[in-house]
Design a binder for this molecule. Structure first.
Ligand SMILES: *Cc1c(COP(=O)(O)O)cnc(C)c1O
Length: 403
């Protein structure tokens, strides 16, 4: 165990062989500047006080750790707790990171932020924080996603952000990230790039993880207070991997706590039909280590190394790469990853709605489906914390069409 933690901390930005900083020369200076500002902020009492104040009074932390009594009963009796990130302002965990980076932008004296968004959740969180802190905000979004997530586009505009449609490639998240990076390169003096997950070049994967680790710090205290013992299993969905690592990180040293990340299995194992980067053991093909958007990690690609098309019913999980720390945790067998289908996620969303009175985001529904599929291999004495990363309002069109 300690070897993981050591190698993860001795080489900055590296998780074993993964991570790093693969960017054009022009981005090295702003990345160093960001790294320095972040390192300073960690021990700056004024910054930390502002962060805590916004997390508490603006975003609504701490979030509850709710015992899911009817779900527990329905699934055979092993005790299940939900970490209720869906109750945060703007409806998902994304605001934890947006607040942290928004404050950093201010600290660096940058009056403008750019962000990418897929489903629109990160765009809304960024636009929200920008408005609250008085920053200009430009959000890049694939035109395909803009059509699918019109409500979030309206929200961002209401908040004063400029939403720029991206018409290249598959017109989804990956293309939006490319455009946001292009904008950042051109405007580095005035602009901070507010990246939404544990992806991209160093320091992003480490910094975003740290901002999201509040989830696991709270959950650890809350479960010890409620059950007087640590959980046996943690479950979280994994797009880029920020809500999952946010929950997992505080438990990494507790070797008895199993961590399970759930990816998007989409319509099946063939390349193009899924977004499962670490589930080759289940027959999901096409993932190999490679570089995408500044970081070395598992990437879905064809035999020539071209980035593959992906599919998931859930826009937030529909991305060809995974955060580099997850790649390392998988290699080390410290965390396990498996994928569930679109259909399993839909069924799980309905089950949670009707047993607990909580309509989950489609992303979070994948975590529930992952738990359901694993139940036969678990024991009644097991104790689960499942990260409910977001609420389902944004997915109501999909739910009403398909259920
Ligand atoms: C964006 C999003 C995700 C996926 O992103 P991660 O970085 O993997 O957490 C999961 N759940 C919700 C509700 C989201 O909005």
């Amino acid at each position: 165990m300690s070897s993981i933690l050591q190698s993860a901390t001795t080489a900055p930005g590296r998780f074993g062989p993964y991570g790093g900083r693969y960017v054009p020369e022009t981005l090295m200076v702003p990345l160093f500047e960001l790294e320095r500002a972040y390192e300073e902020a960690k021990s700056d009492p004024k910054f930390q006080a502002q962060l805590q104040d916004l997390l508490k009074n603006f975003a609504g932390r701490p979030t509850p750790l709710q015992f899911a009594s009817r779900l527990t009963e329905k699934l055979g009796g092993l005790r299940i707790y939900l970490k209720r990130e869906d109750l945060l302002h703007t409806g998902a965990h994304k605001i934890n990171n947006a607040i942290g980076q928004g404050l950093l932008a201010k600290k660096m004296g940058k009056p403008r932020i750019v962000a990418e968004t897929g489903a629109g959740q990160h765009g809304v969180a960024s636009a929200t924080v920008a408005a609250h802190l008085g920053l200009d905000c430009v959000v890049y979004m694939g035109t395909e996603d803009m059509a699918r997530q019109a409500l979030n586009v309206s929200r961002m505009r209401m908040l004063g952000a400029q939403v720029v449609g991206v018409d290249s490639g598959s017109r989804t998240l990956k293309d939006a990230i490319n455009e946001a990076m292009r904008d950042w390169v051109t405007n580095v003096r005035s602009t901070h790039y507010l990246l939404g997950s544990v992806l991209g070049a160093h320091p992003y994967p480490t910094m975003v993880r740290d901002f999201q680790s509040v989830i696991g710090r709270e959950a650890r205290e809350q479960i010890l207070a409620a059950e007087k013992r640590l959980p046996t299993h943690l479950f979280a969905c994994v797009g880029g991997g920020s809500n999952a690592i946010g929950l997992f990180h505080q438990f990494l040293r507790d070797a008895e706590v199993k961590m399970i990340g759930i990816e998007a299995g989409g319509r099946g194992g063939q390349l193009g039909e899924h977004a499962a980067r670490l589930a080759a053991h289940q027959g999901f093909t096409g993932a190999r280590p490679g570089v995408l958007q500044g970081t070395y990690t598992y990437v879905l690609q064809n035999e020539d190394g071209q980035i593959a098309a992906t599919h998931s019913i859930s826009a937030g999980l529909d991305y060809p790469a995974i955060g580099p720390e997850h790649a390392w945790l998988a290699d080390q067998h410290r965390a396990e990853y498996s994928a569930v289908s679109d259909q399993a996620a839909l069924d799980a969303a309905r089950l949670l709605s009707r047993t607990e009175g909580i309509i989950p985001a489609l992303e979070s529904a994948h975590a529930i489906a992952g738990l359901i599929e694993r139940i036969p291999k678990m024991s009644k004495a097991d104790l689960v914390i499942l990260n409910l990363s977001g609420r389902g309002d944004k997915d109501m069109d999909t739910y009403s069409r398909l259920l």
